[in-house]
Design a protein around this ligand. Structure first.
Ligand SMILES: *[C@@H]1O[C@H](CO)[C@@H](O)[C@H](O)[C@H]1NC(C)=O
Ligand SMILES: *[C@@H]1O[C@H](CO)[C@@H](O)[C@H](O)[C@H]1NC(C)=O
Ligand SMILES: *[C@@H]1O[C@H](CO)[C@@H](O)[C@H](O)[C@H]1NC(C)=O
Length: 610
């Protein structure tokens, strides 16, 4: 606790410095440094603090920006948060990936406009979704028309061929992304799986190696199973990166516990790595499926290895499966692919469509992060907690904040969905996970300038929110300077480069973060949202890629400007699943969302489903 106080003081002083530097030129008032803090600081030996970053400027021109922001007859709704995001995207300190997300969105946007234009001329007959649930392979290629979602899988049945009767064969499975642009011919490889019976050169044991490739970054680090190196972040979606049977994870955990590996460990490792599920000349069934955090490979029913998604190689961008090498392929089928509901067949469109807006100010705007091809999740939300009376009456508005997809068909279906239900706000960038902070700012813009609301909530499309409970809890607190959710009061940046949440010292030089609320669901009061919008307009607030921590950082700045912050933490916001009596449950797939709603309707109790 003591240590934390000292740390927060240093943090406070460092940010104060930055703040006075950035605020004074724009003639805003910065709080005077308090004398007690100054004296206390004199006694502490601090390393020289890094020089304050200069205020970001606006880049003069960015490829694609003009296309995305030129007036279009197709943007039916002048209210789009989109139109207010231009300066946010051209900041010199933009989050890495912004320029690509923008450039690719411009291509997608032009394509969508052309398609809609062509359709208008053709006056085509009743429209049917072209995103299928199943995709069949044609030879060594399987086209994935609308990308992967959580739960999508490729099922491969084949026989590894032995080359000249010796262990030299190798084959590969690739999940190929969409081409980035016309200039770059090679599409990214979202996942490459190599199965080599000759080993990796170092050993002669069969090995599975995984990696990803992008035109900008090339190949990343190869991950292997069995793995020679200890990997601290070995779990993906709760599954080990390499099956214990392959002699690895037991050792890893022992090492992590800080004790030496047990005597028999290395022997065990060598012995069982022979136990690879792929055997030359023997048929196998392999399933490569997409989870929340990464891809997983199951062979003959046994989990073999997992691979965390790499940055900008999100599963939604998978567009084909490619197989190559010494493999006799018997079949390849992809299933669990995203399907959009045929609007003609949805009987209850009227009760799912966003209700007309009331004349008075909204009580709450709920911004839901959603990716283009998550059709099913959005429908499940519309049929579950978006049916709360507060939402149907228009006191609470719910909007999905969705970036563009790289696939033409997905954008087209997304467009129709947006027109039908009136609850989607498209974003002027391609939906890379690394750009989600931009969505948070978009929600604040929307909830302060477009549909002004007393409270603004951010949530995800796999979260169940008990709107009634949220509203009645909000009533207990002053609606000013409020952050409500499950709050992390003491946390520090991940400095391990392999961590999904890795933050470099350049991105955040301090040892700890200010308090922030977990991303699956949190609520801020209007004054904070306005501060965030204004701070970004004036470029006084830092862009930071972890959106929930970013909100915490901005609230800290709000506090430093002399206003009081009311942090209200509620541990019934479950950010890692569901527990009964929840206010918010996370990681709920479409069926679970509907089941939770059903439980509330029938039993009037927040009971989890499993
Ligand atoms: C397999 O054998 C053929 C002929 O014996 C030889 O030309 C070829 O290089 C061998 N391939 C491998 C991978 O060893
Ligand atoms: C994986 O396979 C590709 C294609 O055969 C090859 O170029 C690459 O070197 C292999 N990498 C590893 C680590 O096995
Ligand atoms: C690591 O340590 C914890 C706590 O001492 C123990 O419960 C766990 O079983 C250990 N894991 C392994 C693999 O030894």
């Amino acid at each position: 606790m003591k240590k934390w106080c000292g740390g927060s003081l240093i943090l406070f002083l460092a940010v104060l410095l930055t703040l006075s530097y950035t605020l004074f030129p724009s003639s805003l008032k910065a709080p005077p440094p308090s004398s007690s803090a100054a004296t206390a600081a004199a006694g502490i030996h601090t390393p020289p603090s890094p020089p304050p970053p200069p205020k970001p400027h606006l880049l003069p021109s960015l490829p694609g920006l003009a296309d995305l922001f030129s007036p279009s007859p197709l943007v039916p709704d002048p209210n789009l948060a989109w139109s207010q995001m231009r300066t946010l995207l051209s900041r010199s300190d933009a989050i890495s990936g912004t320029a690509d997300g923008l450039r690719e969105a411009a291509v997608a946007w032009r394509e969508l406009q052309a398609t809609l234009e062509a359709e208008k001329l053709e006056k085509v007959a009743p429209w049917r979704s072209k995103c299928p649930f199943l995709a069949y392979g044609n030879g060594r290629f399987t086209e994935i028309p609308c990308g992967f979602v959580d739960g999508s899988a490729v099922n491969i049945v084949g026989i590894p061929l032995s080359v000249n009767g010796s262990r030299t064969g190798a084959f590969g499975i690739e999940l190929v992304g969409s081409r980035v642009s016309d200039e770059i011919r090679e599409p990214p490889i979202v996942l490459r799986v190599n199965v080599s019976f000759a080993g990796d050169g170092a050993t002669e044991l069969p090995v599975v190696s995984l990696n990803a490739w992008s035109p900008d970054e090339g190949w990343g680090t190869w991950e292997q199973c069995p793995a020679p190196a200890i990997d601290a972040y070995q779990k993906v979606d709760g599954l080990v990166r390499c099956n214990e049977q392959n002699g690895e994870s037991v050792m890893q955990e022992k090492m992590l516990n800080g004790s030496a590996p047990p005597p028999g460990a290395s022997k065990r490792s060598a012995r069982v790595s022979d136990n690879l599920a792929f055997v030359e000349g023997h048929p196998f069934t392999a399933t490569l499926w997409a989870g929340m955090e990464g891809f997983h490979l199951t062979v003959n029913g046994r989990h073999e290895t997992s691979f965390a998604y790499r940055e900008k190689l999100d599963p939604w961008s998978v567009s084909r499966v490619r197989l190559e090498g010494d493999l006799e392929l018997l079949s390849c089928i992809a299933n669990g692919l995203p399907v959009s509901e045929d609007i003609d067949l949805v009987g209850d469109v009227e009760s799912l469509r966003a209700p007309p807006l009331p004349k008075k100010r909204l009580l709450m705007l709920v911004g839901v992060f959603s990716t283009g091809n998550n059709f099913e999740r959005r429908m499940a939300l519309r049929r579950s907690w978006m049916q709360y009376e507060a939402v149907r009456s228009g006191d609470v508005a719910v909007r999905f904040f969705t970036g563009l997809h790289k696939n033409k068909q997905v954008n087209l279906e997304l467009w129709r969905e947006a027109r039908t239900y009136g609850d989607i706000q498209l974003m002027p960038f391609v939906d890379y996970y690394s750009l989600i902070t931009l969505k948070t700012i978009a929600i604040c813009i929307f909830g302060t300038k477009i549909l002004p609301a007393k409270y603004i909530m951010k949530t995800d499309d796999d979260a169940f929110v008990r709107i009634d409970e949220v509203l009645s809890n909000l009533k207990k607190h002053v609606p000013r300077g409020l952050l409500y959710g499950q709050i992390a009061f003491e946390s520090s940046p991940h400095r391990d480069k392999d961590s999904k949440w890795y933050i470099s010292p350049e991105e955040w030089p301090h040892d700890s973060y200010p308090p922030w609320a977990h991303g699956p669901g949190y609520i801020i009061s209007r004054d904070i949202a306005k501060f965030i919008v204004q701070g970004h307009q004036e470029r006084n607030l830092q862009l930071f890629k972890l959106e929930d921590v970013a909100t915490g950082i901005w609230i800290q700045e709000f506090k430093k400007s002399g206003r009081e912050v009311n942090y209200v933490s509620d541990d019934r916001f479950h950010n890692e699943g569901c527990e009964s009596n929840y206010v918010l449950a996370h990681y709920q797939g479409p069926r679970m969302l509907l089941c939770l709603w059903d439980n509330l309707q029938r039993q009037h109790e927040p009971i989890c489903c499993d």
